[in-house]
Design a protein around this ligand. Structure first.
Ligand code: PEP
Ligand code: MN
Length: 339
């Protein structure tokens, strides 16, 4: 259930409602929107008796939430969430661009790519220090040394750092060095990891699992939010299908589908979503055209030498061209979406 407060409800009235929820042994999730605050309730096994709340001062109405996800839903918050990372944001008017190598390989490599990313006007730098590789013999990332390089990139280039955590000790480290915790496709249903990042003060970029339905993906986001971290960005990165011409099938219909259900921002990963250099820019254009709030793109200064995912890495020149093209598309669709 969710409790919608009146537009003129006071902080004291909101706190009183939260107290009642907690006295019942449930968890309260207040979300303040542009015009009103709604308070989501989780932790209840059965339905909550609305009469307990209806007559409390400042309460406008109680709404039963029939969806399995109580916090991710638009019912709780009809306006889009803007995830703020320092002075950069995801889900606002600007297209968010997150770019960088698949893996941090060395300081020289990371700095060369960061130079390109900064020049493009993108605000976020990506790069894995802990890599979830299919083979245990493949390059696994530089670990903490990679995180230290990422922290230097942030200091020198002013870019916000997005990097993956594979496990709970990894989250502790990522929190120390980065700005956004990436939860990879393979970890989307690692529920203890989801709960751990739900307790983090950092925003979370949640990739869709390789074979996850929309509901499973949104419920993974719900795990994070249920622990009190509401700063979640969804990322469509392609799913497994019978198609042989791509590494994964980028499910662009997921973008408007999520939009209809959730207030969370959603971005598109055309790199893992195709696996092929020549497909990345066309699918990035398409992702922006269907209304994504941003893109996450792999870029490498020497793709043929890359220690992981070289086949899908853009060169610096290709990336610059991509940014120009997607910005042009975004400039056209934003006024169209408003009108
Ligand atoms: C990555 O971003 O490099 C990555 C491993 O992504 P995914 O979890 O989507 O495969
Ligand atoms: Mn990769």
């Amino acid at each position: 259930m969710l409790i919608v407060m009146k537009t003129d409800a006071t902080d004291g009235q909101i706190e009183a409602v939260i107290r009642v929820i907690e006295e019942l042994g449930f968890r309260a999730h207040p979300m303040s929107g542009a015009s009103r605050t709604a308070i989501g309730i989780t932790g209840n096994q059965g339905s909550v008796d609305p009469s307990r709340f209806e007559n409390l001062p400042g309460v406008s109405e109680t709404v039963r939430v029939s969806k399995p996800y109580k916090l991710v839903t638009l019912d709780l918050q009809p306006v889009k969430t803007i995830v703020r990372v320092g002075d950069a944001e995801i889900g606002g008017d600007q297209l968010a661009i997150i770019a960088g190598p698949c893996a941090i390989e060395s300081r020289t490599q990371a700095f060369a790519i960061a130079e390109t990313v900064r020049r493009s006007g993108a605000r976020f730098f990506r790069g894995g220090a802990f890599k979830p590789r299919t083979s245990p013999y493949a390059f696994q990332g530089l670990g903490e040394e990679g995180l230290k390089i990422l922290a230097e990139v942030r200091d020198i280039y002013g870019l916000r750092i997005v990097t993956e955590a594979l496990d709970e000790p990894g989250v502790d480290l990522v929190e120390r060095y980065a700005d956004v915790i990436q939860i990879g496709a393979r970890s989307m249903q690692n529920f203890t990891l989801l709960r751990r990042v739900g307790k983090s003060r950092l925003p979370v970029l949640l990739k869709r699992g390789l074979s996850a339905t929309l509901d499973e993906w949104l419920l993974a986001a719900e795990y994070i939010m249920s622990e009190g971290n509401y700063q979640v960005v969804l990322c469509e990165r392609g799913i497994r299908t019978f198609s042989q011409h791509t590494r994964n099938t980028l499910d662009l219909a997921a973008v408007p589908a999520v939009r209809r259900l959730s207030h969370l921002p959603v971005i598109v990963d055309p790199s893992h979503g195709t696996g092929k250099n020549f497909m990345v820019t066309p699918l990035a254009r398409a992702g922006v055209a269907v209304g994504a709030d941003g893109l996450i793109v792999e870029v490498h200064d020497q793709p043929s030498q890359a220690l992981s995912d070289g086949a899908q890495a853009l060169t610096p020149e290709q990336f610059e061209q991509l940014v120009a093209e997607v910005r042009a598309i975004h400039d056209v669709i934003i006024p169209a979406a408003v009108s």
